[in-house]
Ligand binder design. Sequence first.
Ligand SMILES: [Zn+2]
Length: 204
Amino acid sequence: MDAIVKNFPATGQTDSRPTREQAEEAVRVLLRWAGEDPQREGLLDTPKRVAAAYRELFSGYDLSAEEVLGRTFEEVSGYEDAVLVRDIPFYSHCEHHMLPISGRAHVAYLPNGRVLGLSKIARVVDIFGRRLQTQENLTAQIAAAIEETLKPRGVAVMVEAEHMCMAMRGVQKQGSTTLTTTFTGEYKGNAAEQARFLSLVRNR
Ligand SMILES: [Zn+2]
């Protein structure tokens, strides 16, 4: 859990971050490692593009879920049932191979008098998605961020995703989906609430 909590604030290592030139040189090294000639005309601007793409794909390190979720929430009185945002699309990269993960997140919580702006849940998924991840940690981090800022009665998160490191290499299992769930608070150990969450996610 320590590792999860540590990832709440922006974790961008700005002090030890290399220069753009160093990043571009590293891309040239990887191009040579792949068997390419970085001086080939079609590849001349590639290191620059890859370095820029990395800033965007991994922009989650510079963002804090706490800042996005904020400290003020909309007060609701009388609404106590689950709030569910399902089918939030996301892209991430696995921390083992730095290859893409693509999938959808489903997030529900049981309000405790306060609710989140709906777009904020999707932004939290993005922040943690735009870091190197394992699917298990991604799922737990989304739940923990909502749990600790909103303090609802419970949070349920399901992530379903395809890992390119499984589809493109190794066992080459295209189309297989990995499913992870996390439950906190009143969802935890409550089979009926969990089943209701799963059926709300599944019923279209
Ligand atoms: Zn991987």
